[in-house]
Design a protein around this ligand. Structure first.
Ligand SMILES: [Zn+2]
Ligand SMILES: [Zn+2]
Length: 270
């Protein structure tokens, strides 16, 4: 049974030649969950051979353009490809109005329903429970209301063995804020934004972002298994410095690169 994450975009505000803006796809038992949808995400979906029809739920962390501008093109394409089944869309309260008014201006209507789900400003909240996962949202500390997501696999015993549930936490644009760790303590894979190097810590604070070192510190404090850093400022042509800074606090860190897939292996209890 699969539990794997594919990176579709790892740049911050603007894309570069090598990095698109934020989007991740989590595959849990061949159910595909799209997390954020930066501009051009549908092209990345094509490029990295993810089947459009498998995406049935989209989560939007916040209403900054580098996290949502790909939504309109992707949603149009899903309709052109003949999608009929409803699409569940989780995001900030304003998202429904943005998406609805956008499509109201076009003569060709979508062939499928959009089911909107507004994220709650309170603490960690169970927002979805289906056959494969429980998904929780949790508010983070950004310039506009923003949420992270925690995905926890649902397991059932197979052949007398009991699988250990796997988990993935997506910690979107946020200030360094240690109290957030209670939302993803001990998870298998933590993605934490790492927009800046330590030399730009003042800039990180001013724009409500984190440095790579702070992302490493969050992973250490939360006791996660692995850390994935991304949302890199386009000013860094070489991101090895960011990786090195995160690894000071947390050696089990990898940097997000567009097209990479990270598999989390299934483990069993004794
Ligand atoms: Zn962003
Ligand atoms: Zn943002």
């Amino acid at each position: 049974m699969k539990f794997s994450l594919t990176i579709l975009g790892s740049s911050s505000a603007v894309p570069t030649a090598a990095r698109n803006t934020t989007a991740h796809v989590l595959n849990v038992h061949e159910r595909f969950y799209l997390i954020d949808c930066g501009e051009g995400t549908q092209i990345q979906i094509r490029r990295y051979r993810i089947r459009f029809g498998r995406i049935h739920t989209i989560f939007i962390s916040h209403l900054h353009s580098d996290h949502i501008l790909g939504l309109f093109g992707l949603m149009s394409t899903l309709s052109l490809l003949g999608r009929k089944s409803p699409l569940d869309l989780y995001g900030p309260a304003g998202l429904e109005e943005i998406v609805t008014s956008h499509f109201n201006h076009f003569p060709d209507k979508l062939l499928y329903l959009i089911q909107f789900h507004s994220l709650e400003p309170k603490g960690k909240t169970l927002i979805l429970s289906d056959k494969a996962v429980d998904v929780f949202s949790f508010p983070v500390q950004h310039r506009s209301p923003a949420w992270g997501f925690l995905f926890v696999e649902k397991v059932s015993p197979a052949g007398g063995k009991v699988p250990v549930p796997r988990s993935y936490a997506f910690c979107t644009d946020t200030l360094f804020h240690p109290p957030l760790i209670e939302n993803f303590t001990g998870c298998d894979l933590l993605y934490h934004e790492a927009t800046y190097a330590a030399s730009h810590e003042h800039r990180a604070f001013a724009t409500a972002h984190s440095t790579a070192g702070q992302a490493g510190e969050m992973a250490r404090l939360a006791g996660v298994r692995r850390l994935l850093i991304g949302h890199f400022s386009a000013r860094y042509k070489d991101t090895s410095l960011l990786l090195a800074e995160a690894r000071v606090a947390f050696p089990e860190t990898t940097e997000a690169r567009d097209g990479d897939t990270i598999e989390i292996p299934q483990l069993f209890t004794d």
